[in-house]
Design a protein around this ligand. Structure first.
Ligand SMILES: [Zn+2]
Length: 82
């Protein structure tokens, strides 16, 4: 008799999502529903000292922020996935 290994994907709870950084941020922590990160400018590398916490949505999540060094708007992006 063959025993099938249950996949890690199926073992995960359906509501649980994971954030994967794309650009412009450094993930500090995440709990399956929310992610906490620091914004980091893609142009100059400046890290914003404030942390923000947002719910993780499936797909691309974008947060706009202002870089005080470049004096321009930047975008922090992460991908939410199951
Ligand atoms: Zn900058």
């Amino acid at each position: 008799m063959v025993r099938f290994q249950s996949s890690a994907l199926m073992a995960r709870l359906s509501w649980e999502v994971r954030a994967v950084a794309i650009r412009g941020l450094v993930i500090i922590t995440q709990d399956g529903t929310h992610v906490q990160f620091k914004k980091k400018c893609v142009a100059c590398g400046r890290e914003d000292p404030s942390r923000i916490r947002v719910p993780i949505k499936i797909g691309i999540n974008g947060v706009n922020f202002y870089c005080g060094k470049c004096k321009e708007m930047r975008v922090a992006e992460f991908r939410g996935e199951h």
